[in-house]
Design a protein around this ligand. Structure first.
Ligand SMILES: *Cc1c(COP(=O)(O)O)cnc(C)c1O
Length: 395
């Protein structure tokens, strides 16, 4: 037997993609499942963005582009940072990759040596620990509670910093919790990164999806010292409903961005040429379509929270952004449901899928086994139908 690499064997497959496959297999068998598993908006990509890609195809824009992205797109991204974040970057401080997931992967590859540590909160996005490990580095996970809105407290961060710390990663609004950092906490964490001279990675992919009139502030905009050590990560997937187009980007320290470009030049080369053309139009045109989708998500957030309030033994932190809710189901662990004893988030997920026809994602893969993740990137009818089923299943 030829052995596979230790690296490949240490990687846990994405639990979100695994459960999605299970749900889809049931649906293919004709089972009626209400799906809360999706990690992407349910809307179609707006037409004016699609047309830009069609035009690019027809014009023969189908060849390699510069590795870090076309000058035109990097220019549009610097304009976006000015307009939305009050941040001034040169195009040389910006790199475009094949989705923000790839952006973050490249960041770890560019900054981490074996044994380096990266600090982030649990619950976390499933890819953070695996990507850190793939870079030979070590995740330093900080446990957070619903009472702290699933945000790291500055004293927790400070206690986790060691001489091996290379970066602190913050994701606000968060996947899987939908919660956001308040400004004071974010400032205190940014100050710690500056004081200890470690990178700050700010995953702002859900920046455009905020509720209750909340506004987003990137830590890079706090002061020049913070900007000098911060990677501002963003992308097209969530704001513009462009998950399949695979365009993500970051702005950060120029030497690190050029290291990422060297790495990218030997892996994917450039992101897809026609998707880059579409991204330019998405960023430069008026943002009405984004606001329309945001409003729809806010209404759904209100409904799903209200429906969970009616179910006994479920608590949650109210999502302030993104399109996820991350309720605590552990009051129902230990019960025998559907003939099986439910011991953890995987058991509860299986019970809801097989006995109630509801597809959710277990909290386990996000580092929080008491919880389940539900995406409300689905219609109000489906939200109500699914919550009816969950309520009945737990009675
Ligand atoms: C979806 C997501 C991303 C990246 O999405 P891409 O499609 O790769 O751009 C990054 N971070 C978080 C937290 C996400 O949920």
């Amino acid at each position: 037997m030829i052995s596979l690499s230790q690296r490949s064997q240490s990687v846990t497959p994405s639990s979100t993609l695994a459960i999605t496959a299970k749900i889809n297999a049931l649906i293919a068998d004709g089972v009626d499942v209400v799906k809360f598993g999706a990690g992407e908006p349910d809307f179609d990509t707006p037409d004016y963005i699609k047309y830009a890609a069609i035009e690019a195809l027809n014009a023969g824009f189908t060849k390699y582009t510069p590795v870090p992205g076309t000058p035109e797109l990097r220019e549009a991204i610097t304009e976006k940072f000015k307009r939305d974040n009050g941040l001034s970057y040169e195009p040389a401080e910006v790199i475009v990759s094949c989705g923000a997931k790839h952006t973050i992967y490249n960041i770890f590859q560019a900054i981490c040596d074996p044994g380096d540590e990266v600090i982030f909160a649990a619950p976390y996005w499933v890819s953070y620990p695996e990507q850190v490990k793939l870079a030979g580095a070590v995740p330093r996970v900080i446990e957070t509670t619903p009472a702290q809105n699933f945000c790291m407290a500055p004293d927790q961060v400070e206690a986790a910093i060691t001489p091996k710390t290379k970066a602190i990663l913050v994701n606000s609004p968060s996947n899987p919790t939908g919660t956001t950092y308040d400004l004071d906490t974010l400032k205190a964490i940014a100050d710690l990164a500056v004081k200890h001279q470690v990178y700050l990675i700010s995953d702002e992919i859900y920046e455009a999806l905020l509720y209750d009139g909340a506004t987003h502030q990137s830590p890079a905009s706090f002061n020049e010292e913070t900007k000098a050590i911060t990677f501002v990560v963003n992308g097209m997937s969530k704001a513009y409903s462009m998950t399949g187009w695979r365009i993500g980007y970051t702005a950060g320290p120029e030497d690190a961005v050029s290291a990422m470009s060297r790495i990218q030049s030997h892996s994917t080369s450039n992101p897809t040429s026609i998707a880059q053309k579409a991204a330019v139009v998405a960023l430069n045109e008026p943002q009405d379509a984004v606001e329309e989708m945001r409003k729809a998500f806010e209404e759904r957030r209100d409904v799903i929270c209200q429906r969970f309030d009616e179910i006994e033994g479920i608590s949650y932190a109210r999502p302030q952004g993104a399109f996820y809710i991350f309720p605590d189901f552990s009051a129902h662990y230990g019960r025998t449901l559907g003939g099986n004893k439910v011991k953890n988030s995987m058991d509860m997920t299986d019970y809801l899928l097989n006995s109630a026809g509801v597809g959710v994602v277990p909290g386990d893969g996000f580092g929080a086994d008491n919880h389940l993740r539900l995406s409300f990137a689905t219609s109000l009818e489906e939200i109500n139908r699914g919550l009816d089923r969950i309520k009945k299943a737990l009675q």
